[in-house]
Ligand binder design. Structure first.
Ligand SMILES: NC(=O)c1ccc[n+]([C@@H]2O[C@H](COP(=O)([O-])OP(=O)(O)OC[C@H]3O[C@@H](n4cnc5c(N)ncnc54)[C@H](O)[C@@H]3O)[C@@H](O)[C@H]2O)c1
Length: 372
């Protein structure tokens, strides 16, 4: 197949491109190589056999020939910093929503349009995700964002209206949108843009909502996203690992090879049009456990410090319900967290140490009232 990947020189895009090329596909990567991910003078290794065009997605309508005649497009290009999106609002909306609109406009101009468009969306569209009351374990609830006053008092767990602390359960795709950040809102908007044009433009759309993806090749210089890379970069410099809240907030960490395998499989699986599918490991891991597992995998001993700080709009817990991914695609994550961290560290030790900019990023958020 002839396949286009926007954001194809990013973390997930590179893994996907490598897989697709190995399977014999013709792969074109469209990427503007933004400095926050790739540095001011980008040095990026291009997967062998890939063709590359350096272009901002906003310019795609002027270059429909890049898409014309392709069989499938994976739309991965995006700005991805949740907290940063809360003050660079016009920029994030422009890149993520405007970029998706530009892709669709380019598709509309093609004489032979792609048959399949796959979007990289995010679990962030759910906000807090699914919870239950301890006394009603089968009735799913979706709590509102936690009140800043509760967080300031160290009351971390989401509660229902009567004050009962709720318990996180796997989040299914049926939960409505409840984005708690501009980033999340742009991912929800991307889904709507793609799914609402699919029939008219004649392509099958598939939306994957990723949990926290990690692994080899993830940018070590972006201080705004990727807690594993931020922690790793700090630990290598002997700096402590600061944990927000009490460190018991949890995320679902999925290795990038499992994500790339699922994206690849979507090309040959008979998915229903407009399918929206969770991808994750399906397991919650507290940030505190993550930090100690990472330090163990890296063989580094630095203090892990619970700061009690919190970010406005952060969620407490979320992990994926993989039932639909299993049913529709036979998806089963293959890489355990310990194995994935081992692979990440084995790659990471060969990478340059970058100046730690996470403290400056936190200070920037604090100055804007977004971290307390
Ligand atoms: N990594 C995760 O944990 C995660 C979780 C949920 C969803 N996602 C989604 O998956 C996709 C890929 O994420 P990633 O982790 O590989 O991110 P990444 O930042 O490593 O890659 C994104 C790529 O897009 C490129 N890009 C950014 N703006 C662009 C523009 N205007 N035009 C062209 N290229 C542009 C960047 O240069 C970069 O190479 C994103 O859409 C992201 O929202 C990622």
């Amino acid at each position: 197949m002839k396949i286009v990947i926007t954001g194809g020189l990013g973390f997930i895009g590179q893994h996907l491109a490598t897989r697709l090329i190995a399977a014999g596909h013709d792969v074109l990567l469209v990427d503007s190589l933004i400095a926050q991910i790739h540095g001011d003078i980008p040095s990026v290794s291009v997967p062998e056999g890939a063709r590359v065009v350096r272009l901002d997605t906003s310019l795609l309508p002027e270059h429909p020939e890049l898409i014309d005649g392709s069989d499938a497009v994976f739309h991965l290009a995006a700005e991805t910093g949740t907290a940063q999106s809360m003050y660079r609002i016009a920029h994030y909306t422009g890149v993520n929503c405007g970029g998706t609109a530009a892709l669709l406009e380019a598709i509309a101009k093609c004489s032979k349009r792609p048959r399949h468009v796959v979007l990289a969306s995010s679990r962030s569209v759910y906000g807090e995700g699914a919870y239950v009351r301890p006394d009603a374990p089968t009735q799913l609830l979706q709590p509102a964002a936690r009140a800043p006053e509760a967080l300031a008092a160290g009351d971390w767990e989401p509660r229902d209206a009567s004050g009962v602390a709720l318990v996180a359960v796997p989040t299914p795709e049926s939960l409505p949108f409840a984005p708690g950040s501009i980033y999340a809102a742009t991912k929800a908007a991307q889904e709507l843009l793609i799914n609402s044009t699919a029939t008219a433009l004649g392509f099958r759309s598939t939306v994957f909502r990723f949990q926290n993806v990690y692994g080899e090749g993830q940018s070590l210089q972006n201080p705004y996203t990727g807690i594993i890379t931020i922690f790793f970069n700090r630990a290598r410099q002997g700096l402590d690992i600061p944990l927000y809240e009490d460190g018991l907030e949890s995320r679902d960490f999925v290795h990038v090879s499992d994500i790339a395998a699922a994206l690849h499989a979507s090309l040959s699986t008979d998915l229903p049009p407009g399918a929206v599918i969770n991808l994750g490991a399906g397991q919650p891991t507290s940030v505190r456990t993550l930090a100690s597992s990472l330090l163990q995998a890296a063989g580094i001993d630095v203090p892990v410090r619970v700061t009690g700080q919190f970010r406005v709009g952060d969620i407490r817990h979320c992990h994926a319900d993989l039932g639909l991914a299993r049913r529709l695609m036979g998806f089963e994550p293959q890489v355990t967290l310990d194995e994935g961290l081992r692979r990440f560290c084995a790659w990471g030790v060969g990478q340059p140490v970058h100046e730690d900019r996470s403290a400056a990023a936190t200070a920037e958020l604090r100055s804007k009232g977004l971290t307390k």
